[in-house]
Design a protein around this ligand. Structure first.
Ligand SMILES: *Cc1c(COP(=O)(O)O)cnc(C)c1O
Length: 391
């Protein structure tokens, strides 16, 4: 099939949910993807922070293939050793007490929201059900996670939205305190707002929330769907902030390219979810869990995480010397670039033409390369970006 044929079929048969770059990707190795015509692209996206180990990583392919060949799915009515191993590893790495597996970031967040409301309902009754999230946040596309998302553009068409979310200005302690009523049961935030434009939160703001939540038995929940699994150079970003949240959610990079999401909770919340109060058909699927186990084993070693930080610093230093770069934000291999000319969308399109896959977030360029990208691949990608930025 030619690219034009693929594009025409997409137009004819698929709902128009996505604006796509004019590229059909069919294979890859490491941080290099190939399109249907055989053209190569350096990948600074990892499929929006998903392919933690790049394309067709040998160990990953082996782990996933072996599990697919052994048993591809059982229902959650039976014990799955590979699923339980993933939960155990997550708890050992973080100190959290229990895990629930779903299939996506939004589902992991739904679980967190349900835990917060049930915990508070059972302990304090039905009047304490509000959840504070941040202005400019992003928490997913289900009706409830859209409601949790603090951006008006997401609050259209699909009325009525789930009630009970209030939005606080990020890094604004007084605004947080002003929203803190007796009805609040949880605070749910990203530590670096990803889709919102790679905006890291101030440490003082986060520490203030942590202290208030602890004092008032309000659950402090962190959406680590984008920041987690080594992306910032720590197992989870909350570790960089030195806080101890009650709940975190994880997805994107966790399965290295297969759909899996996880909600982790502390001991105090271990018994909130009971038989019949939450569930999913596919969640914790053995193949997805085998993928997650491979990612968990590889990206969480101190050596690997140190390399993520080093590569991030290397990219940042190179970016700082490039024309059209106004500001660089983020942590580890989660990098946002504000351009002088405010032309991120055009830059991204030109990069694709020149063989570099790159993301945008709001008005920024955004890099989320595979965590095991090599320096050679980084240099190849940055050379394309420099050429395009020189315009
Ligand atoms: C991507 C993302 C989500 C949604 O994840 P899906 O897998 O698309 O449902 C939620 N929160 C954050 C912070 C994200 O970056």
């Amino acid at each position: 099939m030619t690219f034009e044929e693929i594009k025409n079929d997409e137009q004819q048969y698929m709902m128009h949910a996505y604006g796509r770059f004019p590229v059909a990707l069919v294979s890859g190795k490491g941080a290099v993807a190939k399109d249907v015509d055989g053209k190569e692209y350096i990948d600074f996206t990892s499929g929006i922070g998903v392919n933690s180990l790049g394309y067709a990583d040998d160990g990953y392919v082996k782990a996933v293939s072996a599990q697919a060949a052994a048993i591809q799915h059982i229902s959650n009515l039976y014990y799955s050793p590979v699923q339980i191993a993933a939960a155990k590893k997550l708890c050992e790495l973080t100190g959290f007490d229990k895990v629930f597996f779903g299939n996506s970031g939004a589902e992991a967040n739904e679980c967190a929201i349900k835990i917060a409301r049930k915990y508070s309902y059972e302990k304090y009754g039905g009047k304490r059900q509000k959840i504070l999230t941040l202005v400019n946040s992003f928490h997913g596309r289900t009706v409830t996670t859209l409601a949790a998302t603090g951006q008006d553009v997401f609050h259209n068409y699909f009325f009525p939205f789930t009630e009970g979310f209030n939005y606080v200005q990020a890094n604004h302690i007084a605004d947080f305190d002003a929203h803190l009523t007796d009805e609040v049961c949880a605070v749910f935030i990203e530590l670096i707002q990803g889709e919102g434009g790679v905006m890291p939160l101030d440490k003082e703001f986060v520490e203030h929330i942590a202290a208030v939540c602890k004092e008032k038995d309000i659950l402090f929940m962190i959406d680590e769907v984008q920041t987690g699994m080594g992306r910032t150079g720590s197992v989870y970003c909350y570790m960089d902030y030195g806080i101890a949240p009650d709940v975190i959610t994880s997805a994107k990079g966790l399965g290295g390219g297969l759909p899996i999401g996880a909600c982790l909770c502390s001991r105090k919340l271990a018994d909130v979810i009971t038989s019949g109060t939450h569930g999913t058909t596919f969640g914790g699927n053995p193949v997805a869990c085998a993928a997650a186990n491979e990612v968990l084993a590889r990206v969480t070693t101190p050596q690997f995480l140190a390399e993520v930080k080093e590569k991030g610093a290397y990219i940042r230093a190179k970016l700082a010397e490039m024309p059209n770069v106004k500001e660089i934000r983020g942590m580890g291999l989660m990098i946002g670039i504000v351009t002088e000319k405010d032309n991120a969308k055009e830059i991204a399109a030109q990069c694709v033409e020149n063989g570099l896959l790159i993301l945008t977030a709001k008005t920024l360029l955004r890099l989320l390369p595979p965590l095991n990208i090599t320096y050679e691949e980084i240099d190849r990608g940055l050379a394309v970006l420099r050429k395009v930025m020189e315009g």
